[in-house]
Design a protein around this ligand. Structure first.
Ligand SMILES: *Cc1c(COP(=O)(O)O)cnc(C)c1O
Length: 421
């Protein structure tokens, strides 16, 4: 018996010389096409599925939030995760033009991207970066969230040696137990780091775990702890800087949480944080999902459709294929559980959603001669969004697969191109 060896009989994993001998340097393809011209072809000519981003909706939602806030409260637009999949730069520019004064991101590279796009508004990084990011934070004027003395001192040292101050926001853990200095250790923490002359406390914040829930006990406890932290800091003569705690749910439901600034994330993009806010605010969804039909089949009665053939044709239906699948972030859990909008009418999605494609059914039986649908390759379909009163809201898609709109948005943006309106 000889052991199986991926590198072939007689060679060891280290001995790859035979591979090198057989490897030729790849040659550029020589044909009649100019690669730079090919690269300039718009994506619309290369693929038939896309996200539409309605910047008017972002503007509307910013204004709705602004109106909910008192004049003295700053609005911070949370554009982390590439603006929840909507594109952080266009969203940030639109929100700032509509009244936001501050931006928040999750990571240092996300902040750098905004600066390189010419955005000069203050930017808060909502987590503590590695200390190795200190110079980048300082150069691009990104405010880190701070909750460890190791980071604080390292950051201050880099600032000091560059002759700069080291501004930061203090993250306080009031009960979510994700990040932050625990609410009863804030004074000790600040005492341990404020000997460093470069450090400059410009803001103090916390984050709610349950501001969107009907049950208010945990929310109220977090808010009370936060108010006590701020009061104690002031008693000790420490200026907390900008005091902020509200996310979308708290911004829309609890005016007392507004304080100096409120951080608007999910509702900037349209979804309500919870059912409780729906009757009171006119939020508009910014993202919709579109595709063109790539194939039309008329399978005989009882023939199956897609992997597993969990759907079988009842006859008199056309099965249309769309170039959208779970690798585009269209969840496979929605298989047979959703609809698409074709010509202003809802049509059932049928069969398992594949990696890159899915199918829907158009019933050809005549209900009235004027309303008969005749789907053709190239026709546009909406998988998420609305048209002529037919509506497939992202909240509904998320609920059907046991998640929240945030996750659907982020996943859709990973491969689908965006069109801005
Ligand atoms: C993501 C995030 C927000 C925005 O929350 P939404 O519920 O989407 O409004 C606010 N603050 C922090 C710290 C966050 O991480």
């Amino acid at each position: 018996m000889t052991a199986f060896n991926a590198f072939g009989a007689g060679s060891t994993p280290q001995d790859v010389s035979y591979l090198l001998q057989n490897t030729k340097t790849p040659q550029p393809v020589v044909d009649g096409f100019d690669e730079s011209k090919l690269d300039a072809i718009p994506w619309q000519e290369l693929r038939s599925s896309w996200l539409e981003i309605d910047l008017g909706a972002i503007r509307n939602n910013t204004v709705v939030a602004r109106r909910a806030l008192s004049a003295g409260t700053r609005l911070c637009a949370v554009v982390k995760a590439d603006g929840y999949g909507h594109g952080s730069v266009p969203v940030a520019k639109t929100a700032l033009a509509a009244g936001a004064a501050f931006l928040a991101v999750a990571t240092v590279p996300e902040g750098v991207e905004l600066r390189k796009a010419g955005i000069i508004a203050p930017i808060l990084v909502l987590s503590e970066p590695p200390a190795t990011a200190a110079a980048v934070l300082l150069h691009y004027h990104l405010l880190p969230s701070v909750y460890t003395s190791e980071f604080a001192i390292a950051y201050a040292e880099v600032a000091d040696s560059a002759g700069m101050s080291a501004p930061f926001h203090l993250a306080v853990n009031t009960g979510m137990n994700r990040i932050g200095v625990r609410y009863d250790q804030v004074i000790d923490f600040l005492r341990a780091i404020t000997f460093h002359r470069a450090l400059k406390l410009e803001g103090t914040f916390t984050h709610f775990a349950t501001a969107d829930c009907p049950e208010e006990f945990d929310f109220a406890l977090q808010f009370r702890r936060f108010q006590e932290v701020i009061a104690t800091m002031r008693q000790f003569g420490i200026d907390p800087g900008l005091v902020h705690c509200a996310n979308s749910a708290a911004l829309l439901r609890y005016p007392k949480t507004h304080m100096d600034m409120a951080r608007l994330g999910i509702s900037l993009y349209g979804p309500h944080p919870c059912e409780e806010t729906r009757p009171y605010y006119d939020l508009r969804p910014a993202m919709s999902l579109h595709a063109r039909i790539t194939a039309v089949n008329t399978p005989p009665m009882s023939e199956g459709v897609s992997y597993g053939m969990h759907y079988r044709s009842p006859g008199s239906v056309k099965i249309c294929a769309l170039p959208v699948g779970y690798a585009d972030g269209f969840p496979r859990a929605l298989s047979g559980q959703t609809s698409v909008i074709y010509n202003g009418r809802l049509c059932r999605q049928v069969g398992n959603i594949c990696m890159d494609q899915c199918m829907f059914e158009v019933d050809m039986r005549l209900y009235g001669s004027s309303s008969r649908l005749d789907p053709q390759v190239g026709d546009e379909v909406i998988l998420m969004g609305s048209q002529n009163g037919a509506c497939i809201p992202i909240e509904e898609l998320a609920a059907r697969c046991g998640t929240i709109p945030h996750e659907i948005m982020c996943a859709l943006a990973l491969r689908l191109p965006r069109v801005y309106r």
